[in-house]
Design a protein around this ligand. Sequence first.
Ligand SMILES: *Cc1c(COP(=O)(O)O)cnc(C)c1O
Length: 382
Amino acid sequence: MKKNYGLNTICVHEGEVEDKIYKGAVSPIFPATAYAYHGAEESAYPRYFNTPNQANLAKKIAKLEHTEAGLIFGSGMAAISSAMLSVLKSGDHVIVQNQIYGGTRNFIKKELESFNVEYDFVDLNNFDAVKSLVTDHTKLIYLETPSNPLLELVDLKQISNLAKKFNLLTMADNTFATPINQRPIDFGIDIVVHSATKYLGGHSDITAGAVATTKKLMQPILLKARNFGGSLADQTTWLLERSMKTLNLRVQQQSHNAMAIAEYLNQQDWVKQVFYPGIKTHHQHELAKMQMSGFGGMLSFELDQEIPAISFLGELKLIKDVLSLGGVETTILSPTKTSHSLLSESERQAQGITTQLLRLSCGIENHEDIINDIKQAVGKIT
Ligand SMILES: *Cc1c(COP(=O)(O)O)cnc(C)c1O
């Protein structure tokens, strides 16, 4: 697709697999894992990462992220680990944002040592602290914005400028924002990674991941990915393609709901604090307006002591108390008990993650119904 189409059109049509036989309206699934090899280049050998369905869906993701190349993975962690380990080699050093997805943090802490890669966690908005960590061995700055679970932002333009000055690569996890609300590449970030399990899949029924970057940077990532083998089945690739047709519609509604719910929660005296970049009281609201075209469907809030978080969760009727995020249904969880349970108590405290903190993933329902569910749960406790 050459033309500059709008977001909905790209979501629906970019990277369709043409049905040349029956002229059907949707992409056929090509399940073959064995293809004719005569005349095919070694790099075109189809099975891992470049079957017709995988290669075409990668184009949709690349188009949305404003990159030359995309790659689909079997999970977000497969995408993140393959991308990171293709950039980093023995003796290298990576600077990591201190607030990131618990699984990624665990990967860095548990795996990088055995590859002889050093790392430092730091607040990426403290530029002096970042600069002081750069050594001759530093290769990469890794970040997430907005972050999980406190919706802290990293200034993409500033951090990519800083990285360029020191000749470092930058990698951003764009799962929370989605390419609908933020394109890190436009601010100078080199590599974008995704858990497509979340918004790109959007229905809480697919595990998948993606990487988007330049053709040049993608080459070593593809080679590493083949060695690690985290590719996605074509049936699931097809489901992800179907899901992504409604990505813009879903994310618009989720962002709209999150704003309404954040504004409601912000006015309640039983809420200690609301974390949502879309509201004026968020300390980085101006930055959010600069680098995001929408503020996303994720928000967190800290309940006052008189509403114990666990009791509150037990009273919810519509909002599901389940893991994960980004689905069409509204879900809620306690980061202490789930996504950040692998962190030590002191690590959680340092990040401001308390037992009264709850993370809400807003679905596409009518926001009045979600707010009413919150109201009735609070009413039962007070
Ligand atoms: C879920 C998640 C991941 C990991 O993705 P999986 O698909 O579960 O492997 C990475 N980053 C963020 C921000 C996530 O929310």
